[in-house]
Design a protein around this ligand. Structure first.
Ligand code: NIG
Ligand code: FE
Length: 412
């Protein structure tokens, strides 16, 4: 990586404190400078080492006055595109109904499916763009969006084309994941095998042909898809070259994690009921655990993921919002950081690494995203705070003063 100050500098941050999150650690640099050339971080160093002519070489200079620069958040698990609302189910759950009971009565995911099927692509795009802009104001510079509220060919493709349009339009880098096996659509009641056939034989080839998703996810759970159905979907998806992700062991231990490990999936997500053998298989195959404390909180779960096991196996833990209308209507990564610390016992450093570098790992993009290092994409946030731990500690106060994606100031 270049140590020399770049001859072409588009953006120069001076007098900044940096938490680079390189290798998932704070790596704090006080009174530092960071230079951006084009879309890339070109130079990081102490103010004392900044060449005298640097400011005159730079097109734009931002004096950070001791504020903090961090890598933009990478939210590696969202269901951001949906129609309708489930606030009624929130009220039902407060009165004692469980997520599983509501799903069994035709509510839950199925209710969002009807609203999403009924919505036009234009309407979904308008909603998605609004949500993505809110993410930008919260410092989320890269995120994933899953389909899974269409559950028929046209509606799944509609969702994924909306995500592609969001990626084209929004300043953030947006990754689409096909989650056709999210729930059994009502018209397939009692014919789960036939729906799995549809996913494998028709939807996966169409998604591949249209190039609208880079990964495939499955909800492997008693109320969703079995381990065997998951295996079938993974086999075809992997043969087609998709990255794999899994909603695993959220409500019970279905041994999905070990299966995902066999397929060398990018990540397994939720994992409250993960067994030691499942964790070990994930670790051995480099599968990233993605923790979703928003869903845990909204479902009032009590069993937390096996945090000590992850640590003892030296696994990088990712954190995500799981933004969705049912179990995690959470639009804010700092809330997720706080919940991860309070509910899952993560340290502030672990939580911030989870929402930056390790989130990028869960998408397979940690070579370019997730930390402030020369050569990486210039996705940067500026925060007025005393220390990075304020992101986890202060509730509702902080949002970034400036957000840079791909080297451009996109929000301030
Ligand atoms: O990640 N677990 C399955 N999928 C979502 C919930 C989706 C919904 O309830 O609409 C989740 O929690
Ligand atoms: Fe999810």
């Amino acid at each position: 990586m270049p140590d020399r100050f770049p001859s072409l500098c588009d953006l120069l941050f001076t007098h900044a404190n940096l938490a680079t999150m390189a290798a998932g650690k704070y790596h704090i640099k006080k009174d530092a400078a960071l230079a951006v050339s084009g879309k890339t971080i070109a130079w990081i160093g102490a103010m004392a080492n900044l060449p005298e002519e640097a400011a005159s070489l730079a097109k734009t200079v931002i004096d950070c006055e001791g504020k903090w620069l961090l890598p933009g958040f990478v939210d590696c698990h969202t269901h951001m595109v949906w129609g309708g609302s489930r606030s009624n189910e929130f009220e039902m759950r407060l009165k004692g109904a469980s997520y599983g009971e509501i799903a069994a009565q035709g509510g839950g995911i199925a209710s969002t499916v009807s609203a999403t099927r009924a919505a036009s692509a234009e309407a979904l795009l308008a909603i998605g763009l609004k949500r993505a802009h809110h993410f930008l104001t919260q410092g989320i510079t890269c995120f994933e969006v899953k389909s899974g509220y269409g559950l028929d060919m046209d509606s799944e493709l509609k969702m994924l084309s909306v995500v592609r349009e969001m990626d084209r339009t929004c300043p953030q880098d947006i990754h689409a994941t096909f989650l056709g096996a999210h729930a059994l659509p009502p018209e397939y009641k009692g014919r789960q095998g036939a729906y799995t056939d549809l996913v494998v034989e028709e939807m996966l080839p169409a998604v591949k042909a249209q190039g609208v998703a880079s990964a495939v996810d499955v909800f492997c759970e008693k109320i969703a898809f079995s381990r065997e159905e998951t295996r079938r979907i993974f086999k075809t998806a992997t043969d087609m070259g998709f990255g794999l992700k899994l909603h695993a062991e959220q409500l019970s231990d279905c041994d999905g994690a070990a299966l995902a490990a066999d397929f060398k999936a990018l990540s397994c997500d939720h994992l409250e009921y993960l067994s030691p053998t499942g964790a070990k298989a994930m670790a051995e195959n480099g599968v990233i655990p993605v923790l979703l404390p928003g869903a845990f909180h909204y479902l009032k779960e009590i069993k937390i993921p096996p945090m000590e096991l992850f640590r003892s196996l030296d696994m990088p833990m990712a954190l995500a919002t799981d933004l969705n209308p049912g179990t995690s209507p959470v639009f804010n990564m700092t809330l997720v950081l706080n919940l991860a610390c309070i509910l899952f016992g993560m340290t502030c450093e672990e939580a911030i690494a989870g929402a930056t570098l390790h989130g990028a790992r869960a998408l397979g993009i940690n070579g370019t995203k997730g930390s402030l290092e020369p050569g990486k994409d210039a996705d940067i946030t500026l925060w007025d705070m005393e220390a990075p731990s304020d992101l986890c500690y202060l509730s509702g106060l902080l949002s970034p003063e400036l957000v840079v994606t791909g080297g451009k100031i996109e929000y301030k």
